[in-house]
Write a protein that binds this ligand. Structure first.
Ligand SMILES: [Zn+2]
Length: 290
């Protein structure tokens, strides 16, 4: 997932056959094409959430065709990042309507550039052409009545970025949390585009309140999880925040905080996809500028 000096977004050559997982009746998760894509099928057609990286758009399309031949009617984006919107054009070519929070369209219309974080540089992403842009945008929430379910989009401001939306399939009791939850490690907090650690923790708290014991959570990246997975994630984030803040109050520099390894052992789900120093870097910068 990482190459030297450049943050490479995860993708691999998984075959179509193993690339989709059935989540519940009529809802699938496509993995490995940059993010978790959710696919809902039914009499009204196909609704998908997030479209992966651009390099994988044809693969995403062909995996959907292994699930159903119904047309794609809606493409919902959880936020504007390149690993969630790269297939927007390809997947909307046959008339699917792209939906996102207002800020996502705004961000996609301009260049995306973040500074070096803990020695890692991100690629500069030029503005997207019109075919990629969301065509239906909302501020706080939206409801889409489709396939005998209600898909509710809810905006959580200033969490992972300023454009994050979770999509809640009310009847199926499935949530796609976008990058407000990653089951495979520490989150990216895009503090240069409206994200914040406190907003992120607040968002996770609010998502937990929407869940019951049977809610299935599709994270932005990583395996499908549940309410307890979210609770564990929230506790990990607040413990990490407290540790980093304590060291800042002791007057430690960023380098000293990274060296002290304050998030050691906090993530319980194996090796975090995001190296801890990259998480610590942005949390340190955010908390020390307050
Ligand atoms: Zn993201």
């Amino acid at each position: 997932m990482m190459s030297i000096g450049v943050h490479a977004f995860p993708q691999n050559n998984t075959t179509n056959k193993s690339a989709s997982v059935n989540v519940t009746e009529g809802i699938y998760r496509i993995k490995n094409f940059g993010c978790n894509t959710a696919v809902m099928t039914g009499d009204d057609g196909v609704l998908i959430i997030d479209t992966g990286v651009k390099a994988a758009e044809l693969k995403t399309d062909s995996v959907i065709k292994t699930i159903t031949n119904q047309p794609v009617r809606y493409i919902l984006n959880t936020h504007f990042h390149l690993d969630h919107v790269g297939g927007n054009k390809e997947l909307s070519d046959n008339g699917g309507v792209i939906v996102a929070q207002q800020n996502a369209r705004q961000r996609m219309s301009t260049q995306w550039k973040v500074p070096t974080i803990a020695g890692m540089t991100y690629p500069v992403i030029p503005p997207y052409s019109a075919e990629y842009l969301p065509k239906v945008c909302f501020q706080d929430s939206i409801a889409i009545y489709f396939n005998n379910d209600t898909i509710q989009g809810i905006h959580f401001p200033n969490g992972h970025s300023d454009s994050d939306v979770i999509y809640f399939f009310r009847k199926a009791n499935v949530i796609h949390a976008g990058d407000l939850f990653l089951s495979n490690g520490f989150p990216v907090i895009d503090i240069y585009y409206g994200g914040s650690i406190d907003g992120y923790i607040r968002a996770v708290d609010n998502i937990i309140r929407l869940c019951d014991e049977r809610t299935i959570i599709i994270p932005g990246h990583g395996a499908t999880s549940d309410r307890q997975g979210l609770v564990d994630y929230r506790n990990m984030l607040s413990a990490a925040r407290a540790q980093i803040e304590k060291l800042i109050k002791e007057g430690k520099t960023l380098e000293e905080v990274i060296a002290a390894d304050p998030t050691k052992d906090l993530f319980k789900g194996g090796k975090s996809w995001l190296p801890a120093p990259m998480f610590i870097d942005v949390v340190y910068k955010e908390l020390s500028r307050n």
